[in-house]
Ligand binder design. Structure first.
Ligand SMILES: Nc1ncnc2c1ncn2[C@@H]1O[C@H](COP(=O)(O)OP(=O)(O)OP(=O)(O)O)[C@@H](O)[C@H]1O
Length: 416
């Protein structure tokens, strides 16, 4: 239960909702299966849909078991006796997630495809499809809680999932208020063991299925293999940051992330000390390394700049003491948020709601791209001061902003 009285008040005012027509995103996993089960028990009119997001056309990066996932999802829908659809979003996914991923890696940044998939696909293209098909909302199996909050501009707040070990609010950090209003997270109040118990009790065929590892093609293959297939190698020197000494050669800066220790390929000549990536230099295409210790230049920081900020409700317009999570599964940490005065705060309707939908429900990718492409999200930026120094804050990585367990919004760490 939240310690924030506004949130508790809001949560208690959440009344059983009226019957709605909801499209459930059914992945074949157990979480979304139970999401569908619970909505059905609440009496909603539900249809299930599997999103086809990615096809490994060339078979270059290994096996991605989407066909099995579709069959598992179909079996769940069959057990629940609900209509099942397969929605093809491959083109949108390619433009809005894969291009973003590759562009970012090519620029030496550290992108987050899961965060962008939520904003651009699940609550972007998929939500637009749902609307065009007459649904009022999209439900997923995310561990996050949406609570009614009439005192907010958007009408809802987003809280961490009740199961702190499974909480997925970080991945929802770039959702707008409008996207949240149309989202349903029916399992957000559950702990995973209880969810599996409900699945087994209801006879769901995937009750014991192993948890997936994020986005299919990333989860099932090594990122390095994916990049090798799509981004040409561009070798450069590996330099010791302290004195510029050349230690070796790398295959391309996109293979490395700030803070990375494994896979650099430079043996340390000093006992108990290993090299770590501390920077990437565009001018000479150099990978900078140092021994992994607190004084390693560029590895630890007290401050960072963020851009592309979006907020679920009110934008933070003044200095504020809040909390942030700089990586999924990291604890929340206290921060001082300093908004940039010359940047325009985003409107709460700013992303994910591009109106361009054709009569057949397909989306116009060019229009979507202009309106919601990650690079064009918002121009709102801020300086972040961490209460304690943070290790390996990589440009391109997502920061999620919190007040207690309430997710306020998020942004993208800027290159320095
Ligand atoms: N290909 C897909 N088709 C339909 N829905 C999907 C798909 N991939 C993910 N989702 C939706 O997004 C939610 C979160 O996705 P994630 O990949 O994190 O899955 P998860 O937490 O393992 O959940 P699940 O057990 O339902 O697979 C899922 O619960 C599901 O509602």
């Amino acid at each position: 239960m939240s310690r924030d009285p506004r949130i508790n008040a809001a949560a208690h005012t959440t009344t059983p909702s009226a019957r709605e027509r909801i499209l459930v995103a059914l992945s074949g996993g157990v979480d979304s299966a139970v999401a569908a089960l619970l909505l059905q028990r609440e009496g909603h009119d539900i249809v299930a849909a599997y999103m086809k997001n990615w096809i490994n056309e060339d078979g270059v990066i290994g096996h991605c078991p989407w066909e099995q996932d579709i069959e598992d999802a179909r079996a769940v829908a069959g057990r629940l006796g609900i209509e099942f659809r397969v929605v093809n979003l491959i083109e949108d996914y390619r433009h809005l997630v894969v291009d973003y991923l590759l562009e970012n890696y090519q620029r030496g940044l550290t992108p987050n495809p899961d965060v962008m998939c939520n904003r651009e696909i699940k609550f972007g293209a998929f939500l637009r499809y749902a609307r065009a098909e007459g649904f009022s909302a999209v439900a997923t199996g995310h561990y996050a809680q949406r609570v009614h909050a009439p005192d907010t501009p958007g009408g809802y707040r987003l809280l961490e999932g009740a199961d702190k070990n499974k909480d997925q609010s970080y991945f929802l950090a770039l959702l707008s208020g409008a996207q949240l209003a149309a989202a349903r997270f029916p399992i957000g109040h559950l702990e995973k063991p209880e969810l599996r118990r409900l699945a087994a009790e209801a006879g769901l065929p995937n009750a014991q299925k192993k948890d997936s590892q994020g986005i299919c093609f990333i989860g099932q293959v090594k990122m390095a293999d994916f990049l090798k297939a799509y981004v040409p190698d561009q070798p450069g020197p590996i330099l010791r940051a302290s004195d510029g000494q050349r230690l070796g050669e790398h295959r391309g800066l996109h293979y490395y992330t700030l803070g990375q220790r494994r896979g650099i390929g430079i043996p340390s000549n000093t006992d108990n000390k290993a090299y770590v990536v501390v920077g990437k230099r565009a001018t000479d295409h150099a990978l900078l390394v140092a021994f992994d210790e607190p004084r390693a230049p560029g590895l630890w920081t007290h401050e960072a700049h963020v851009h592309g900020l979006s907020f679920i409700n009110e934008p933070i317009r003044a200095h504020a003491q809040i909390e942030a999570r700089v990586r999924y599964r990291d604890p929340r940490i206290p921060i001082h948020f300093i908004p940039e005065t010359n940047a325009a705060p985003p409107s709460i309707e700013s992303s994910g709601e591009a109106p361009e939908t054709h009569a057949n429900g397909s989306t116009d990718c060019a229009a979507v791209k202009t309106a919601t492409h990650p690079a064009a999200a918002t121009s709102f930026a801020a300086q972040i001061r961490f209460a304690a120094p943070q290790r390996a804050i990589a440009p391109g990585q997502i920061i999620a902003l919190y007040r207690g367990e309430e997710l306020l919004g998020g942004g993208i760490f800027s290159p320095s």
